[in-house]
Design a protein around this ligand. Structure first.
Ligand SMILES: Cc1cc2nc3c(=O)[nH]c(=O)nc-3n(C[C@H](O)[C@H](O)[C@H](O)COP(=O)(O)OP(=O)(O)OC[C@H]3O[C@@H](n4cnc5c(N)ncnc54)[C@H](O)[C@@H]3O)c2cc1C
Length: 309
């Protein structure tokens, strides 16, 4: 005789149904999450993670959505956003203890005001601390792992503290799984002259303005820079450019004229347009140079295209 599994418990308060996610991403495409909730404290985050596990739901954290592509037919799970106590930045001597939902440019600006050096590169990464840890984000040679002292990771089982050596960092990767949420992180920085750190931030912003399009809907780098010998040291942007992809469009999605590895949403793009454009870019680079480009952008919901690694 088979016994029916018990019904999962009802959702914690404040869990919304059919919540549109496109507005939470910088590319502004994609559908709704079946369930959506904000977590403003560690207790709330743990409650939500436990409920999702009991209800058999996948979990997806949305940071600033700056490297995220949501499927057009949405996400069949619980999408969460960290805010309030999980988005604070607190100074403690040379340390900044940040919520996983704190924004990295704000962390860099706070460090500069305090005369702390080591996280300047964060000024150009429009993501959250949690998203940056998960993606091992960096820019202009700045290394997240060098400034990071520890990360508190929340799972349905509770919270554990991990050091950078335990996070499996490699190029744009960590070993964090989808039910492992960066709740808090601590950066240990070095004391420096306030004006000098501020000057570094200003020059990094300026370099960025010159190199990348601004004021557009994009998720930044689409593909990782390949390390295959056939790439001969060229970046993903240089390969896409040389394969004729600069300005190439599918529907409302287009490879930027200013930076060929950036996809822009001209206003009407769907996620299907973006994926079709990425597929075409990838095919052209493969045909021209024999290099397999690997996506950097993360997909939430939908079946991943077979060319994604
Ligand atoms: C204009 C522009 C420029 C950019 N420049 C750079 C650059 O120079 N260098 C660089 O590395 N990146 C760059 N990016 C990409 C992006 O900003 C980074 O990857 C960033 O770290 C993503 O953070 P996020 O909070 O937006 O994460 P999201 O895009 O929201 O999510 C990305 C992944 O992280 C996961 N995630 C988010 N928050 C958490 C959390 N708290 N715990 C666990 N997992 C989490 C998500 O589930 C998803 O898998 C750029 C993007 C744009 C739009």
């Amino acid at each position: 005789m088979s016994v029916a599994a018990p019904d999962p418990p009802g959702p914690p308060e404040g869990v919304e149904r059919a919540y549109p996610l496109s507005g939470l991403t910088t590319i502004r495409t994609g559908g709704a999450a079946d369930h959506f909730a904000r977590a403003g404290s560690l207790e709330r985050l743990l409650d939500l993670l436990r409920w999702a596990r009991a209800a058999g739901l996948e979990v997806g954290v949305v940071g600033s959505g700056s490297n995220l592509l949501v499927a057009d037919d949405g996400f069949r799970g619980l999408a969460m956003k960290l805010d309030a106590d999980l988005a604070t930045i607190e100074a403690d001597g040379p340390r900044l203890v940040c919520g996983g939902g704190a924004r990295l440019p704000q962390v860099a600006a706070r460090a500069a005001r305090l005369g702390l050096s080591g996280i300047e590169f964060g000024v150009n990464i429009p993501g959250t601390v949690g998203g940056a840890v998960r993606m091992n984000a960096n820019a202009y040679g700045g290394e997240l792992a060098e400034a990071l002292e520890w990360v508190d990771v929340a799972t349905p089982e509770g919270t554990s503290r991990r050091r950078p050596a335990d996070l499996g960092f490699s190029y744009r990767r960590s070993n964090l799984g989808s039910r492992e949420v960066v709740a808090r992180a601590c950066f240990t920085l070095s004391e420096a002259d306030v004006d000098e750190v501020k000057r570094t931030l200003a020059s990094m912003r300026e370099r960025r303005r010159a190199a990348q399009p601004s004021g557009i809907k994009t998720f930044g780098s689409t593909f990782k820079n390949p390390d295959a010998p056939a790439a001969e040291g060229r970046s993903a942007g240089q390969l896409l450019d040389a394969a004729g992809c600069r300005g190439l469009a599918v529907g409302g999605a287009r490879f930027s004229e200013k930076h060929a590895n950036f996809v822009e949403n001209s206003g009407t793009a769907t996620t299907a347009d973006v994926l079709a454009l990425m597929g075409e870019g990838r095919r052209r680079v493969q045909a021209a140079f024999g290099v397999e480009l690997e996506a950097e952008v993360q997909l939430l919901g939908g079946a991943p295209p077979e060319w994604r690694s």
